[in-house]
Write a protein of this length. Sequence first.
Lengths: 312, 307
Amino acid sequence: MLAIRSELARDSGSSERVRLARELRDVSKQWSSALAPMDRVRLARNPARPQTLDYVGLLIRDFIEIHGDRRFADDPAIVAGLGYFGTRPVAIVGHQRGHSTSERLRRNFGKPHPEGYRKAARLYLLAHRFGLPLITFVDTQGAEPGVGAEERGQAEAIAANLELMARLETPVITCIIGEGGSGGALALAVANVVLIQENACYSVITPEGCAAILFRSAGPEKVDDVARVLRLSAADLKALGVVDEIVTEPAGGAHMDPQAAARELGAVLRRSLARMDRMTPQALRRSREAKFAAMGSPYLLDDCLENRRLPG
Amino acid sequence: MAPDEKSLHDNDKSGRDSVTADPQTREDAGESSADIWVKCPACKEVAFRKEVERNLNVCTRCGFHFRLSVEQRLAVTADRGSWRELLADVAIGDPLGFIDSRPYPMRLAEARRSTGRNDAVVVGLARIVGRRVALGVMDFDFMGGSMGTVVGEKLARLFAKALHEGLPVVVFSASGGARMQEGALSLMQMAKVAAAIGRLRDARLPYISVLCDPTTGGVAASFATLGDLNLAEPGALVGFAGRRVIEQTTNRQLPDDFQRAEFLLNHGMIDAIVERRAMRSTLAQLLAMLTAGGRAPGRRGRSAKAR
Ligand SMILES: [Zn+2]
C-alpha cells in the first residue's frame, strides 16, 4: 500500500494516477475488511487519527470556542463552540483526546468529567434556542471513572444530556470519528443522523472492560474474542441500525490523509444537513425520538417474529 | 457502564444475603436453619427470618435494608390486589450472536428459569395508597438487573402508557448497568427511555425514581437519575463507575460510604433518603402534592401535547 502511495506521490501521467488511486482504494478496502475487530479498535484509538479540533480546523470557519459549565470548571476533554459550516452557523461539541502526551494528559485522554457534559448541555440549549444545527464528534473511551466525577454526579450529567438531546428542536448530526465508548459517548450522540467513519467503532463497553468482567483474568486473546462478539465495527453497527451511514476514509485510515478524511466527512455532513432542511423543529424532535424508540425493536421476539440475528 | 457489574458480581451474595433467595429454593429446602434464621451483613445480628420479613426485610437491630425481590417489592409498595402487569411477554433473542464462556441464549434461559420472568424489569399499573400509578420494578436477580433491549422497550412503553393515561410514574431501579451481551443495542436503550421521559415531563406528569441497592452504570446514567424527584433507600449503592474500576485507576482506597445513598445526599445528588417503611406513604404524599397544582392533564388529556 505504501509502495502504491509513494508511486502516486511521484508525478505520473494522469491516467496512471487514476489507475494507481483505484488500486490503492482496492488494496485498502481489502486490508480494512481483513482487520480483526481488536485491530480495528486499536486503529480507532490511534493518537495520530484526526480529532475533533482537526476536523473543526478543516471544516469550520470562524470557530469560537465556548468554555466552562458555569458550575464548577471547564473540562478540556470536551470542546464546544460556534462557527460556520459553509455558510451556516452551527454549534459544535466533541470529545478531544489530544495528540501529544502533554495534550493527552491535559485533556484526560478525552474522558470527560460531569462538567464536560454540562458544558455540552449549554451548547445543546444554545443550538435549540437559536435554531442552529448541532454537529457533534464522538471520540472517547468513556466517561471518567473517578472520585470527583462520582461526587459531582457523572451519572446524572450523562442522563440529563440524553433527555436534552432527544428533545432538541433543531437538526442534530453526530459523527463517530474514533472510539465511541458507552454512555460517555452516547451523551453526545442522540442525533437525527449518526455517522461513523469506516475505521471508528462504537460499543457499550471497551473490549478490555468487557473481558475483565466476563473472564476475570482478561488476557489478550480473551480481549480479541470479546471484541469480535461485541459487534462494534462500523459495518456491524450499520446492520444493527445503531448508525445511519458509514463515512469512507482515505486508504490506510483517516490519519494517512486528514484533509481527504475531512473532505469526505464534510460532504456527508452537508448532504445530511440538507436533508433536514425542510423539517419543522417539532418534526426534527419527533423523528429523532422515533429513531431511538425503534432501537433494537426488530430483535424483540413475539409470536410473529423469528429470532433475528446479525449474519456472521 | 458495565464495569460496574464487576463490583456487583463480587458482592452479589453478601448484599443480597439470603432473604431474597428465590422462592423455589426456599420451598425445596424445607425447614433448614438458613430458612429460619437470617444474618444481617451490617451488624451481624442473627434474627428470625419471619421477624425480619415482617419488618419489610429491614434489620430490626440496625436498620440495614436487605435487597428485595420483585415480588417482595410489589408487595410492600402497591395496594393489595391493585397490581396489573403489562408487556410480560416481551423478550429478546440473540441479536449479536454473543458468546463468552456460555452463549447469551443459555444465560437468558437460566435467568428466565430462576426468576420466572422474560427479562430484568416488570412494568404495570398499580395503586399506591389509592393513587393510580404506572409502576416499574427492576429485577436484580435477572442477570444483575442489566438493561438490554427488553428493559428499554418495556420502560419506554410504560412512560408512553402513563402519558396516554395521564398517570404519574414510579420506577424502582436495581441494576449493574447496560447488558454487554446486547452490545450497542443496550447502549441505545438509555437514549430510548430518556426520550420517553422527556415527553412525560413536557406533559407535566410526575416521575419519581427510587434508587435501590445497587443502581450503577448505564441505568444510573439514564432513567434512574432523571426523576422529577430521585429518592434512594438507605445504604443503596448508586454511581456511574464501579468501585473497583475507580480504585484501580486512581490507586487509592475508597471510603466505605463511597457511592452510598448517604454519600450522594451529602453531595447534593439525590433528593431524599426514604426508609422502606415510609416509602409507600412518602410516594403517595409526593404524588399528591405534585399533581395538586392542576398542571397535569386528565386521563387521556389533550393537553399532553402542549408544553
Ligand atoms: Zn443489622
